[in-house]
Design a protein around this ligand. Structure first.
Ligand code: ADP
Length: 170
């Protein structure tokens, strides 16, 4: 008798403040490799984000709606505990540079030490987006620069609105 295989579930964790085309590229590619991909916004108390966790979740949902096996969630816990709770087996992370690699290797080793069942899978950035980060996107938006190829239109609009509503320092 053929055995039923458990669905392969992966978690793509991050700050996503906000989601960029670099993140989008990883999400699209990873969603093809797993039965389900959970994009999980880290509710990190020590960072001061531009968008709230709820806003980030809504924005991610609005730009990943065409990918039926992508779910958006948030967590405030150790990543390995969250991965266990979601019955996932894999953490997906993107790598842009050697600097990313060093940091990610440390993180993956730590997570493996905390839970031996959890694997981290790295996806190399699309070279088009190797320079792209949420921080550069915020800086360009703040100075009203062109965000055309860097973020989806919905995100560009949300950034413009956020900075319009924000009091400018004198
Ligand atoms: P974190 O604060 O966890 O690093 P980010 O939102 O900055 O959260 O990034 C989430 C993940 O996406 C990380 O693995 C990061 O390396 C990856 N990532 C960010 N930007 C890009 C990009 N342009 N190309 C590929 N991966 C990226």
């Amino acid at each position: 008798m053929e055995q039923q295989k458990a669905p392969r579930i992966a978690v793509y964790p991050g700050s996503f403040d906000p989601i960029t085309n670099g993140h989008m590229d990883i999400i699209q590619r990873a969603s093809r490799q797993f039965d389900k991909l959970i994009v999980a916004v880290l509710n990190n108390l020590s960072k001061k984000p531009l968008f709230t966790v709820e806003e980030r979740k809504e924005l991610i949902s609005s730009v990943t709606g065409h990918l039926p096996n992508v779910e958006v969630d948030s967590f405030r816990d150790l990543l390995v505990n969250y991965v266990d709770y979601r019955k996932a087996d894999v953490i997906v992370r993107g790598i842009r540079s050697v600097t990313d690699f060093e940091y990610e290797l440390q993180l993956a080793s730590l997570n493996h030490q905390l839970n031996h069942n959890v694997e981290t899978i790295f996806m190399m950035t699309n070279p088009k987006y190797s320079y792209l980060s949420s921080s550069v996107v915020k800086e360009i938006a703040y100075f009203k620069g062109d965000l055309g190829d860097l973020v989806p239109v919905e995100i560009e609009q949300a950034l413009r609105k956020k900075y319009e509503d924000m009091p400018k320092p004198q």
